[in-house]
Design a protein around this ligand. Structure first.
Ligand code: CP
Length: 321
């Protein structure tokens, strides 16, 4: 499928057909239908792909690097600390420089929300957003959707409880754009400071419910998605942090208690984009239980990012699947 945008900054940059194609393509990589190796993207041109992580990452960066190498592309690790960004060069000039060196695509993480808006009119290079501030993390949401579907979690006609620091979570913002398109309602749960004051006007408010009551979210959800409290993004102290696990977090004992009391019929799958703050939004026992699916998300991240890269480079003379 062609027509993917030169910049994937947010979920809304993709049509639903394109999202479905990514799910199909990622699944084919996962099942081994598409052989992994050289020339996955183009017969005539070995793509060059750079990563530029201006903010820390374990999962996103390394899954992109593995995806790049599985696709047979050349990989450039753009080291921001030793780059001329440190001498005051702009990001736009940096990206233009990479493009003129032959780089085809740059995967960027930045602490600046909406960093890519300025590039949309005239993209200096193809860009995949690896997370921009508190705004969006589209590739995480796509790999999450793939994992929910693989697990048989009820997406269409179901409800996910997104519990934690929703307002500071770029992943939550991307899931809020993505999941309602697939018929999944969203409960946002957390202390008042962690919930949006109002929803983005582009969202269908009938698909959302907000609550401060974690128990209500658990009771009304088919599966759960926990978020880290992002202290580093708060403008003031997170006053609700002490005692968070008991009041707003999810422990295995809490879920087992609700199960034994007949309040829930089964313990739901629990997802997390990572990194998790153990002892805050969840406990160690839940993290080590079979209900916790974060490692399945990580596994799928490589396949989904392979599919996204391939789609973004489709017009390099690719072999369409
Ligand atoms: N999920 C996620 O973005 O994790 P990293 O910060 O480790 O990349």
């Amino acid at each position: 499928m062609n027509g993917f945008p030169p910049i994937l900054a947010e979920i809304n940059d993709l049509s639903k057909d394109q999202i479905n194609w990514l799910l199909y393509s990622a699944k084919r990589f996962k099942l081994g239908v598409v052989p992994v190796g050289k020339y996955q993207i183009s017969d005539s041109h070995q793509p060059i792909i750079a990563t530029s992580f201006l903010e820390n990452s374990t999962r996103t960066k390394h899954s992109f690097v593995i995806a790049i190498q599985k696709l047979g592309a050349m990989y450039v690790d753009f080291n921001t600390e030793t780059s001329s960004l440190k001498k005051g060069e702009s990001l736009e000039e940096t990206l233009l420089t990479l493009r003129h060196q032959g780089v085809d695509l740059c995967i960027i993480r930045t602490s600046v929300s909406h960093q890519f808006d300025e590039f949309k009119a005239a993209p200096p290079i193809r860009i995949i957003n690896g997370g921009d501030g508190i705004n969006q993390h589209p590739t995480q949401a796509l790999l999450d959707l793939m994992t929910f579907m693989d697990d048989g979690s009820k997406v269409s006609g179901g409800t996910v409880g997104i519990i934690g620091d929703c307002v500071h979570s770029r992943v939550a913002h991307s899931l809020m754009e993505l999941l309602p398109q697939f018929g999944c309602k969203i409960i946002l749960a957390g202390p008042e400071e962690c919930l949006p004051k109002k929803l983005d006007s582009r969202l269908d408010s009938s698909m959302f419910h907000l609550t401060n009551d974690t128990k209500e979210a658990i009771l009304k959800s088919d599966f759960l998605y926990l978020l880290r409290i992002q202290k580093e993004r708060h403008s003031g102290p997170a006053t609700y942090y002490d005692g968070y696990l008991q009041k707003h977090g999810v422990s295995l004992a809490r879920l087992e208690h609700m199960l034994s009391g007949g309040e829930i019929s089964k313990i739901p799958f629990v997802y997390h984009p990572g990194p998790a703050n153990v002892g805050v939004e969840l406990d160690h026992a839940l993290m080590k239980s079979r209900y916790y699916r974060a490692h399945a998300q990580v596994t799928n991240s490589v396949y989904m990012r392979m599919a996204i890269i391939k789609a973004m480079l489709a017009n390099l003379g690719e072999k369409d699947e």
